[in-house]
Design a protein. Structure first.
Length: 405
């Protein structure tokens, strides 16, 4: 239910071996063909291959850029190197490029800061240099409870920064009570349209399979909130036209592949079954009828099994769950051996996961910073070519990863 919970699954594999290596800086893991459960009868066994030296990469050095952040959730870099950081209680901070100065940005919308709700993602307009537009996703309080919403605003270019001309461009159709599974990541596609990931709100999981609501969906909208005419369900009776894919649980990681431009996502499973997915227009990702996860507490089976015709299989699934959050493809020069790799934060195991790719296949995993002992909420590549992490704590930190000595 909550991404803070420690989760396990009765169907253990040798991936438990990685959990027992928590004292190591890294652990490398080759993925056997079909391990992810895609086009396979069951997850294949994976074994530990060695430490970072086996992958040709040294353990990175961690440098604190800024501290004292209250449950930071997302990070966006301005063209001049300064950074916008969202804090879940409802604050937006502007940090200097070196992190030494923090300024609160006024005009942030009121948020539902309960459970997993609050101020969530922040993204810059693709044309930020011209329009200074930023986009925020957040849990918006309503009379019934809360809903995931997206607002667009202009970031003032003054000494006293503020959000101006803020307006809500999207709000979930339903607004139930409860503080779980809001999503929500914002990613602009190369065509300028905006992907928004939406959680199933936990108690409404069965509706993730229905197209008349926003539970467990990824939507695609224009920057003004209107619907692109080429969305897959435009004109379909009973379907919301902004829906791009469905059958998701709680997507808290999304990024465009640097070569193909396609959207990759990851989502939380319950007990087991966290997934990495390649998002496709109109595709059904199965939740809750197809999953590797189990019911909390009881470990009982959920749905029909782990695969079915017409359901998009995951590229990778984690059992036990790692509670993933944040996602970034690395394209920089600071870590040449990591170029083209995918990075995912882990809340549960308090680490950073590096995934090596072969085209659209994930072929190897390495678990980094297992001694960090802080929940990794977001991971981004900075304009300087370094990797940056946000740790989700009451005194959270912005960290920079640099090549090890």
């Amino acid at each position: 239910m909550h991404d803070r919970s420690a989760r396990s699954d009765p169907r253990r594999s040798r991936r438990d071996a990685l959990r027992r290596l928590g004292c190591m800086a890294t652990a490398a893991l080759p993925l056997a063909a079909g391990w992810r459960g895609s086009h396979a009868q069951a997850p294949a066994t994976a074994t530990v291959a060695g430490t970072a030296a086996a992958t040709g990469s040294a353990a990175p050095r961690v440098v604190e850029v800024a501290g004292g952040l209250d449950h930071p959730w997302s990070l966006a870099f301005l063209p001049d190197g300064r950074m916008l950081v969202t804090e879940r209680p409802g604050r937006l901070r502007l940090l200097s490029a070196d992190g030494s100065r923090q300024v609160a940005v006024d005009g942030v919308p009121r948020v539902y800061a309960r459970g997993q709700g609050g101020l969530l993602d922040v993204a810059l307009s693709p044309a930020f240099a011209q329009d200074r537009a930023i986009f925020l996703s957040y849990a918006e309080p309503t009379a019934n409870g809360a809903r995931t919403a997206v607002a667009r605003a202009t970031l003032s270019n003054e000494a006293s920064l503020s959000l101006q001309n803020l307006r809500v461009i999207f709000g979930q159709k339903h607004d139930p009570s409860g503080g779980n599974h809001f999503g929500s990541r914002l990613v602009f596609g190369r065509d300028g349209n905006l992907f928004v990931t939406l959680g199933d709100r936990f108690t409404h999981r069965d509706r993730a399979q229905e197209l008349d609501n926003h539970y467990g969906k990824i939507i695609r909208i224009r920057p003004d909130g209107s619907v692109p005419p080429d969305n897959p369900f435009v004109g379909r009776a009973g379907a919301l036209p902004e829906i791009h894919s469905y059958g998701h649980r709680n997507v808290q990681g999304a990024a465009l592949h640097p070569a193909s431009g396609r959207l990759w996502t990851h989502e939380h499973g319950p007990q087991g079954g966290d997934e990495v997915n390649l998002e496709k227009a109109g595709a059904n990702y199965g939740w809750p009828i197809i999953t590797y996860g189990r019911e909390y507490g009881t470990g009982l089976k959920i749905g029909e099994g782990t695969e079915r015709a017409g359901i998009e299989p995951p590229l990778l699934q984690w059992t036990p769950s790692i509670a993933p959050s944040g996602m970034a493809f690395y394209t920089g020069d600071r870590f040449p051996a990591w170029r083209g790799n995918l990075f995912v934060g882990s809340l549960k195991y308090q680490m950073l996961v590096r995934l090596e790719l072969d085209g659209e296949k994930i072929v190897r995993e390495e678990r980094l910073l297992t001694d960090l002992k802080e929940r990794v909420r977001d991971v981004r590549q900075g304009p300087d070519g370094y990797l940056y992490l946000l740790t989700d704590e009451s005194k959270g930190r912005l960290l920079r990863l640099m090549p090890g000595a």
